[in-house]
Design a protein around this ligand. Structure first.
Ligand code: FNR
Length: 371
């Protein structure tokens, strides 16, 4: 169908399922085990309700904000998702180009199909990009990646901490990753891969399961980029990250692709703001220690719920993959335009002229277990 018939982010998924290769669909759409967490990621937003305010002047509404001090046109960033060329020959560049057009921030994955430099070179001058890092057992490789990223102007390092081993994504494992086109994986950091168990396992054997809290000092010694942990799933670890002086955490379960039965990011968000408030007197959103959430975000209303609960911004993954797999860069462009339109309308209907007006009392989150 023509792009003009696409009305929301869910639509991209149903179209992608029809047009994508079986292998790409299996890799993008799969999640761990019984996929309970993946379903819960979106379902958790269904337990949060709005308490809109009336009779406020909403002639002009503004949903722009800052992430780690950098301007963004909306409180959404494009999160890191590996293997862009499985879905489209231009891979991650589809995201880079649409991000430039809309003034949003792209997080570049370690396991991008395009090379890191290709993605940086594909950006507009001044375009802000972050890097998602899988830490290699060989720290010299990791050091090179990090320092090169800093030299090339990356503004934040998101270290993935929820994947000491890749989860079992059975849909993907049923597909052998004997790819005819090795260019789908640019830098795996490993050559002797097991290609018999799906794309995810084939590309991830270099990741260091020995990574631990003590290693963060080393990261601070090799880079001045802000460090953020991606994949925090309880308040105790968020507190530890704060105490270690990190710039923030992403409350995420990797799109349900790691341990099944981990909770939705937005559920964890309510727990984290409560306990870090009690333990350290922190208020959120907080500029010095920023909370991000990802997983299952498909509507601006989902984003606004997370903002009300204290998130600085929210990451979106699969919808952009499905958008470029079906329509290339125009699909991502359309997905971002849909979000913009949804922000405008929903801020008006909420009675919130800016994101600062989206406060905790604008949601009824009493059905979340930790609120
Ligand atoms: C991911 N995600 C991910 N995360 C990460 O830190 N490094 C990676 O290489 C990848 N790769 C990846 C591939 C694919 C196909 C998916 C769907 C996801 C996780 C991603 O950053 C994010 O946490 C989730 O995708 C968010 O959930 P939604 O928006 O996809 O529901």
């Amino acid at each position: 169908p023509p792009l003009s018939e696409i009305l929301n982010l869910h639509d991209f998924e149903s179209i992608a399922r029809q047009v994508m290769s079986e292998k790409a669909w299996a890799y993008y759409s799969s999640a761990a085990d019984d996929e309970i967490t993946m379903r819960e990621n979106h379902a958790a937003y269904h337990r949060i309700w709005f308490r809109p305010r009336i009779l406020r002047n909403v002639t002009k509404v503004d949903w722009s904000t800052k992430i780690l001090g950098h301007k963004t046109s909306m409180p959404v960033y494009i999160t890191a998702t590996a293997l862009g060329k499985l879905g489209h020959p231009d891979g991650e560049l589809n995201l880079t180009r649409a991000a430039a057009k809309h003034g949003v921030i792209q997080m570049i994955p370690t396991l991008a199909s395009c090379s890191f430099d290709e993605i940086i070179d594909g950006a507009q001058p001044g375009q802000v990009q972050f890097l998602q890092l899988y830490v290699n057992k060989d720290r010299e490789i990791t050091k090179k990646i990090v320092q090169h990223a800093e030299e090339r102007g990356i503004k934040g390092l998101f270290i993935t901490v929820d994947a000491p081993q890749l989860g079992r994504r059975e849909k993907d494992m049923r597909m052998k990753f004997e790819d005819e086109d090795p260019s789908v994986v640019s830098e795996t950091g490993s050559k002797d891969v097991d290609r018999s168990q799906g794309a995810a396992r084939a590309i991830s054997s270099f990741i260091d399961p020995g990574l631990c809290w003590d290693d963060l000092k080393w990261f601070k010694s090799i880079t001045k980029m802000p460090l953020i942990l991606k994949g925090v799933q309880c308040w105790e670890d968020a507190l530890e990250a704060y105490d270690q002086g990190l710039a923030g955490v992403v409350l995420s379960n990797h799109g349900g692709r790691q341990i099944d039965f981990s909770r939705s990011g937005v559920e964890v968000l309510a727990e984290v703001t409560k306990h870090l408030g009690e333990e350290r007197g922190l208020k959120f959103p907080n500029e010095k220690f920023q909370l991000f959430v990802d997983g299952g975000v498909r509507r601006a209303t989902d984003v606004l719920k997370a903002i009300a609960l204290g998130a600085t911004a929210v990451g979106v993954g699969r919808p952009f993959l499905y958008a470029f797999s079906s329509y290339g860069v125009d699909g991502v462009d359309k997905a971002l335009q849909i979000l913009h339109d949804e922000f405008e309308m929903n801020l008006r209907l909420l009675g919130a002229p800016t994101l600062k007006d989206v406060v905790p009392s604008m949601v009824d989150a009493s059905s979340l277990s930790n609120h």
